[in-house]
Design a protein around this ligand. Sequence first.
Ligand code: ATP
Ligand code: MG
Length: 640
Amino acid sequence: MVGNVLGNRYEILEKIGDGGMAFVYKAKCRILNRTVALKVLRPEFVDDEEFVLKFKNEALASASLAHPNIVNIYDVGQEDRTHYIVMEYIDGLNLKDLIKKEGPLDPFYALNITKQIAMALSQAHKNGIIHRDIKPHNILISKDGLAKVADFGIAKATTSTTITAMGSVIGSVHYFSPEQARGGYVDKSSDLYSLGIVLYEMLTGKVPFKGDTPVNIALKHINEEIIFSQEFEGKISKEIKMLVCKLTQKNQINRYQNAEELIRDIEYIENDIEPDFEEDYEYYATQKLDTLNEEIKKQISKDYKEEGAKVDMRNKKKKSNKRILTILAVFVALILSLGLTFAAYMVKDLFITKQYEMPNLENSTIDEARKRLETIGVKVQIRRELYDDSVEKDHIITQIPKEGSKIKKGQVVKVDVSKGGEPVVVPNLVRENLEEADNILEKNNLKEGIIEYEFSSLPEGTVISQKPKAFTEVEEGTGIDLVVSKGEEVKLIKVPNLIGKTIEDARTDLVGFTIGSISYKEDKTKKEGVILEQSLRAGQHVEEGTKIDLTVNEYKEEPEEESPKVVKKQISIALPEDEEIVNVLVKEIGNNSSKTIYNKEINIKEKGNIVSVPIEGTGEKEYEIYVDDALYGTTSVDFE
Ligand code: ATP
Ligand code: MG
């Protein structure tokens, strides 16, 4: 295949992968001169109409989606028996290989990838497309860290029939939702389940369910709880575990209902806000304790049901007593190991006297909610105040527990209250200069808060930090407090007295100063080598690094004998009369060197042909005369 050209346009360069249905090649589009990925249906499926259809479906499904987190489809083609899809080439790795290479990913990196996939799913779901095959092989991570979802291979428009018979399910069973495994009704939340499994794998490096056969694995998705083993205790936060739990609920209605809800919770976790999880998910986070807890609950409810059925009372009693004994034994163990608080909580739960049903508080005001619940002795606590333009200010957005749950006297219910609409996302101002920061604030309908100045290595006037932090939501008009750099810290140092000291001593005293020029003067009344003057007055304070000039006492040497007197003379040169302009150069020749002492253009026409060159010196000297670079003559002059 490599070297072939498909559709007279796509030159196949190399194979980059193979999957169950197709081979993937890197190719070059000759017309647009760009690299593309080419997915070619495996030859063994060319005659299988269902496969060909699914293959084409993939192209159709994702071609209608344009999103930075979805692999772009460019073209679909067929040449003889070769069916192919042309798509955006992602230079990077697929998520499966990334996990294989790196092992468990950093939880926040894993959340970020999950968020990007959720954004792709949000776009697809809004267009009525369910992916149905979310798995790490189908997530490509580009070199700049962008996650792109590929292979809407078995995607189907949600509007058409959504029942898939078990037999014709294609995809990877490790990531299957229970409903996919059962061949049940598949919806948006099925993709979110698979995404939950992908997140689990990113966090732990492993898939949650393994088995010998696909059926085996599928059954585990239907029946078994996903658990994080003890080795991840403390490494993965409770909130992230709860998020995985909510994504992978067996029952579709208990999961996130859409990708946006998931994105919102990821953002909460990223910003250190606890998402609005049902308390049930708490069991997940503290799994060791709660597996026992669940066991007890199951036992109890089983007993109650059996009792309710009133079958063979005598037999029942025996059985029941036995069970209660077991439960009590577990209780004793729990009391011993976990202390009385937990036990008291459990016991309280067992002997509830009066229960009420939790009303719907959503969209009522916090005052109304309080009035309603306080009459039955239930307290309402505000958990968070959030911006939400779909809920009026001071009205309740969400409640815990849900409507219809059992509540009792003395209980506290929690609510999130709306602060009204029009939140503004705080822009990042750090590293902007204050003027630009003000412009940005104005554009975002925000204003400057308290400004503080601090020394910093950042240039003066640059924002060092801001509060609230970037990307949090605040009300319009909120003041953003800024800490602004006032440049590097300036240290003042005291000028020492250096007069009378030697230059060596002065150097040790001058730590923090820059020594400028050192000049010399003679003062026979003082010792030679001592400092006579300093350019900065002693005792004053100056900035660190200031320059200081010094004058040092130096006795002048008496001239031993008079040097020979310099005599001035001149050389007269007669230039050729027939020339117009010539260059005259005269060199004084020393022992091993020569120096040019004259170099001029001479206009013979105007100035005449005789040139006088001034010279000076002592003793005897040799001169070379050049006219237009050619040696014209030499002469020796005696200065005696
Ligand atoms: P399945 O057949 O079940 O979908 P798969 O996803 O591994 O399994 P393919 O979709 O055929 O199989 O893809 C094979 C591999 O080719 C991918 O895992 C990925 O590494 C690589 N690949 C696919 N599409 C691209 C692309 N657009 N750019 C770069 N690499 C790609
Ligand atoms: Mg694939």
